[in-house]
Design a protein around this ligand. Structure first.
Ligand code: G6P
Length: 367
């Protein structure tokens, strides 16, 4: 199987740019855009009959699962337990054979995720696996494989596999919502229509590359970076920090914006850029007050939002990345792109080995 970089400098850049296409393929696998419905899936469990869904995964796949939790709980009123696979196995939580477990893994070979799967199998649970490699061990050992159609991902830092995992989880949450009677056929149709807009909006966001590259040259001057977000932008803040530390080796942390005052605020000074992921939603004003706390201490704010001038009147920002207005359900998919690009261009600026960062492996088969 030959995969080349085409006219891109790195696989990571190529994979970032493939996202509109692979998100579109993945969504089309789960959704029928013509009828505005979720496709029937041959699931070994009934979303209407389970009381909880246990999700576990590692790394970026875990952060996709965390966003999935917001979706399943919000749309389907289905409680979700989400764990880092290496914790899940040992924390001795009560498991019920009447509930289902979902494992997320690009490679389908991550040792801790596989061990968690076997642990749930022993408990008699029904098992689904969101994997990118369909002939992987995790796929083979699950009751149902829910594929991401991202194609081979070569860059060690996951990009397109992440947004495809999100696409699967978003579609599944709508499926679950319908099955559980939490939404009407009309609402399903509306959500499916909103999801169908993801590829087009992703294409639009990729055009911000020159602007983000310029900003990355600034970010590369700092030693520490803090990412903040609320709601689904909280896991995304952690993903932004993970991407940046993995490939640029700049120390980064992702925090829930509301937790700022409970710790990380102690670190804020003029040497600390703070990347705030905050679309103009119902909690935007809360995040504005967090930004004011950062600005008051000299922190440099980089705001990723959807409205030009959204916060400018109240807070001084170093830069604002303005994305198009996007429907709520696809917001995490679209907002993932600028944080990936920011990490990518910062790493390029730092001159690191972007596709093969030191000490990291694409697939971790040791525990
Ligand atoms: C490694 C990779 C990450 C990935 C994680 C989980 O740490 O560097 O990019 O998110 O493993 O991998 P998986 O294949 O299970 O998604």
């Amino acid at each position: 199987y030959m995969v080349d970089k085409g006219n891109h400098r790195h696989f990571m850049e190529k994979e970032i740019h493939e996202q509109p296409e692979v998100i579109s393929h993945t969504l089309a696998h789960y959704l029928d855009f013509t009828n505005g419905t979720c496709r029937q899936l041959d699931l070994p469990f009934d979303f209407a009959a389970i009381n909880r869904l246990a999700i576990s995964a590692c790394g970026t796949a875990y952060l996709a699962g965390l966003i999935g939790k917001y979706w399943f709980e919000r749309h389907a009123r289905l409680p979700v337990d989400i764990d880092i696979a290496s914790e899940f196995r040992y924390r001795e939580m009560p498991l019920s054979k009447d509930d289902a477990a979902l494992f997320i893994s690009q490679s389908g070979e991550t040792a801790d995720t596989l061990a968690s799967l076997r642990y749930c199998r022993k408990a008699g649970m029904k098992i689904g696996a969101v994997v990118n490699v369909r002939e992987s061990t995790i796929a083979r050992e699950s009751d149902v494989t829910l594929p991401t159609l991202a194609g081979p991902e070569i860059g060690v830092a996951s990009t397109k596999a992440f947004t495809c995992q999100l696409s699967v989880l978003a579609a599944l949450s709508v499926r679950a919502a319908r099955a559980r009677g939490a939404i009407s056929a009309e609402q399903e149709k509306a959500l499916v229509r909103q999801l169908s807009e993801a590829p087009r909006l992703a294409t639009q966001v990729l055009k911000l590359d020159t602007e983000i590259e310029k900003l990355a040259r600034e970010l590369g001057k700092y030693k520490h970076v803090l990412y903040l977000g609320r709601d689904t932008n909280f896991p995304l803040a952690m993903e932004g920090a993970l991407k940046l530390k993995e490939i640029s080796y700049i120390h980064a942390e992702g925090y829930a914006a509301g937790e700022l005052k409970h710790g990380p605020i102690a670190l804020i000074d003029e040497k600390m850029p703070v990347i705030v992921i905050a679309p103009h939603d119902r909690i935007f004003e809360k995040t504005v007050s967090n930004m004011q706390e950062v600005a008051a201490r000299g922190g440099k704010i980089i705001l990723i939002t959807d409205r030009e001038g959204a916060a400018r009147s109240t807070v001084d920002t170093l830069a604002t990345i303005v994305l198009p207005d996007v429907p709520d359900i696809i917001s995490p998919i679209i907002y993932a792109l600028p944080i990936q690009m920011l990490a990518y261009y910062t790493a390029v600026f730092m001159g690191t080995d972007v596709d093969q960062p030191r000490n990291l492996a694409k697939s971790v088969t040791v525990e």
